[in-house]
Design a protein around this ligand. Structure first.
Ligand code: ADE
Length: 250
């Protein structure tokens, strides 16, 4: 059983690779796939690059070439639920491609020939990720994230929620676009650019998948300012520790 971990940012991928015992690395299609052991688990770890096409092609390679039995995606996301703030954690349950629109032939967001508008992640893994993230947010964050970084981003006691995720080939950095999306897809709590495409590939290949996202911005006009430094200083620490908790069976 090989578990694949995809991350949308090179910093997150680098932290995971540093924690691994790497047996081999293979270059395919401008990506490097690292195979080895991570906290007692056989894994293949890769930086997916950005956007739905990049993520989908990486997911296919993971399944076809590396025989991944499951995919976990980690990354950051923009909040569109007003209850969420920077540093909160979202474990995705239902995944929508918010830019998929074949009307009038199909309903808005319907995936052609699959006939659904959203895809659900693996419920068991989702629960494990929720438990692992709650342990991190409630007990470990102060040891893992430096005090000045906690203060800089006002990371007091992050929320951990389960919710819908919408993916599209757009970085949302406009409050009115974010609000319109929330009205159109009310169960969606955050936006990113990969999860739903991995969901579609996994559905088509009968492979379980799950997605962990850390809120990096509020999909408004400040989104680009917060984004880069947040991943470097915070998100990679969250995702590594949450995955470690999960592998250790907390
Ligand atoms: N990933 C992180 N923030 C995002 C945003 N605002 N829009 C799309 N993807 C994101």
């Amino acid at each position: 059983m090989t578990l694949a971990i995809m991350s949308a940012m090179p910093e997150e991928n680098a932290s995971l690779v540093q924690s691994m015992t790497v047996d081999s690395s293979t270059k395919i299609g401008q990506r490097t796939y690292f195979q080895g052991q991570l906290w007692g688990q056989s894994v293949v770890v890769v930086f997916s690059r950005w956007g739905k096409v990049a993520a989908a092609s990486t997911a296919v390679t993971l399944i076809e070439r590396f025989k991944a039995s499951e995919i976990i995606f980690v990354g950051v996301a923009g909040a569109i639920d007003p209850e969420l703030t920077i540093g909160d954690v979202v474990i995705g349950n239902n995944f929508y491609q918010h830019d998929l629109d074949a009307r009038p032939m199909l309903a808005r967001h319907e995936i052609p020939l699959i006939g659904v508008t959203s895809i659900e992640s693996d419920s068991q893994r989702r629960n494990e990720l929720l438990r692992a993230a709650i342990l991190f947010a409630q007990q470990q964050i102060r040891q893992e994230v430096p005090a000045d970084v906690l203060k800089q981003y006002s990371l007091n006691s992050p929320q951990v929620v389960e919710g819908g995720i919408a993916s599209g080939d757009q970085f949302i950095s406009n409050a009115s676009d974010a609000m319109e999306l929330k009205q159109r897809l009310p169960d969606v709590v955050c936006v990113e650019m990969e999860g739903a495409s991995v969901a579609q590939v996994c559905l088509e290949h009968e492979t379980p998948f799950s997605v962990l996202r850390v809120i990096s911005d509020s999909a408004n006009s400040e989104a680009d300012i917060n984004f880069q430094s947040f991943v470097q200083d915070v998100a990679r620490i969250y995702s590594c520790q949450i995955l470690k908790n999960m592998f250790e069976g907390v």
